[in-house]
Design a protein around this ligand. Structure first.
Ligand code: FUL
Length: 495
């Protein structure tokens, strides 16, 4: 995926009143500058002051969200359309957005992002700005609107809505005539953000091409971002100032995944950060950067090899084991999992995908139903880690950058997964931690990790013990931990 140049909007006015029934915008979080005279200690101290915006916290708490890739490609068996497709080929026979919402909800998914327009330019809503849309398809006699159907289905199911609007448009004639196309794109964005109720995530793909005039389109990212901020102030912008691409499409975040990252310039945030880089937030990287920003990773991956439905991939739906590996390596590595479920030509999520997702969701539910550490006797203060409340925090006190929390489980328990959470409203701090279990004589290591962030999950072989301890070994400032858990994931078949 190409990464666009983006401007981080830093100048935002705090409006502390309700205006026209809309919630007032919370001020943007300013980036923190690194100056040449900063010592490494000062840089680390400053890095802890980099804080998420409330919309980024809300985004991360969703943990598991879905992508719906659906367009003319579904009917041409392609991954990227040319823009020349006849709208008449778009004719799902049983489209049911309620089925998408049901399948997602059952698996614990909190939000659905629909490709309202992919690179082929075909709009799944009857846009007033193009003829290349559902309105010229035979589906529902040209009266259908997929975005509206999904918005209603999400609302009914208590799910949130996200929209993918591809800036790259291979159909639109004005593409390449940069100012004209940017205006067109903003008009479409306005339609989507005005007519379908609250939108919680706007997904911008960075792909860019040449228009019919032979010129490369220059996107006006600051303008696109401003439209989103104006019409959907609570929505995060993917590949914009709020959420970055994790850097691959296979479903894996880094073992060390910082949400506080270093950037060289604010003018073109996307360019100044190599989204595919191995390391985005270590002290070494921060030392070479000019600013630090809160820029967490979203992990997008498809349940099938392709983003769009292809009958030839019906037997290639990822196994439950594979989906679990992805879950632990995304949600469990301070990221968010955006799992793609492409509807088929009927307009339904295929039975194979739905069944696989249901099995995966069941395992996740069963695993995290019971925190085996929740009734422990703990080190003074550490009871906050097992109270199941996200916003109660334990810290060893100012200036202390290590800590040990012991959990007496009140008898032997068997577990194979540990969860640790940092209280991200106060930044990301921990650089190294370990977990040990008492074997009757000594504490033995069972898991270790680097960063924690919003959530860290580590798996290990089934372990039976009555006493466990969490050691925070290295932190950029006093650690602020809010949750700790021990879980037993049931065994999973290979399929
Ligand atoms: C990519 C696109 O080119 C793919 O078709 C897909 O939409 C993926 C999520 O993003 O950049």
């Amino acid at each position: 995926m190409a990464i666009p140049a983006l401007k981080l909007t830093t100048v935002i006015v705090a409006i502390l009143v309700w205006t026209g029934g809309c919630p007032a915008a919370v001020p943007e979080v300013d980036p923190i500058a690194i100056t040449p005279s900063d010592t490494p200690e000062q840089i680390l101290t400053k890095s802890v002051q980099v804080r998420p915006h409330p919309r980024q916290i809300a985004w991360q708490k969703r943990e598991l969200i879905a992508f719906i890739h659906f367009t003319v490609n579904t009917f041409t068996d392609k991954e990227w359309g040319e823009g020349t497709e006849d709208p008449k080929i778009f004719n799902p026979t049983e489209l049911d957005a309620r089925q998408w919402a049901r399948v997602c909800k059952e698996a614990g998914i909190k939000l659905i992002i629909l490709t309202a327009k992919h690179h082929d330019g075909f709009c799944l809503w009857p846009s007033a700005y193009t003829e290349h849309s559902v309105k010229n398809s035979p589906w529902k006699g040209g009266k259908g609107d997929v975005v509206a159907e999904l918005a209603t289905a999400c609302k009914e199911a208590g799910l949130e809505l996200g929209l993918y609007l591809s800036p790259w448009d291979r159909h639109e004639k004005s593409y390449g005539d940069s100012p004209r196309y940017n205006e067109h794109f903003c008009n479409q964005l306005r339609e989507l953000l005005t007519n379908y109720g609250p939108v919680s995530e706007v997904w911008f793909d960075g792909a860019c091409g040449e228009g019919p005039n032979g010129k490369k389109q220059v996107y006006d990212w600051p303008k696109f971002n401003a439209v989103v901020r104006e019409l959907a102030p609570n929505a995060v912008i993917f590949n914009g100032p709020d959420v970055r691409w994790v850097g691959n499409e296979s479903g894996f975040a880094r073992e060390t995944e910082w949400s506080v990252v270093g950037v060289k310039t604010l003018d073109g945030l996307g360019y100044s950060l190599d989204a595919q880089g191995k390391d985005l937030g270590s002290l070494d990287i921060l030392k070479q950067s000019k600013y630090m920003v809160w820029y967490p990773a979203e992990t997008d991956v498809s349940i099938r090899p392709g983003w769009f439905y292809h009958a030839s991939e019906d037997s290639k739906v990822k196994s439950v084991k594979h989906l679990l590996d992805i879950y632990y390596s995304s949600v469990g590595r301070n990221s968010l999992l955006l799992l793609n479920l492409p509807p088929d030509r009927r307009g339904l999520i295929h039975e194979n995908d739905a069944a696989r997702l249901a099995e995966f969701g069941k395992i996740i539910r069963e695993t995290f139903k019971t925190n085996l550490a929740s009734a422990s006797k703990t080190t003074t203060g550490a009871d906050k880690l097992i109270d199941g409340k996200w916003d109660t925090v334990w810290s060893p006190g100012q200036g202390k950058t290590t800590m040990v929390a012991e959990f007496d489980l009140g008898g032997p328990k068997t577990f194979n997964c540990v969860m640790v959470q940092e209280f991200i409203p106060e930044g990301q701090r921990v650089e190294e931690f370990s977990v040990e279990a008492w074997d009757g004589n000594v504490y033995k290591p069972i898991a270790k990790g680097t960063t924690i962030g919003y959530k860290r999950l580590l798996r290990f072989d089934n372990t039976t013990s009555g006493k466990v301890r969490l050691n925070i070994l290295k932190s950029r400032a006093e650690p602020k931990i809010n949750e700790f858990g021990l879980f037993l994931q049931p065994a999973v078949e290979q399929r």
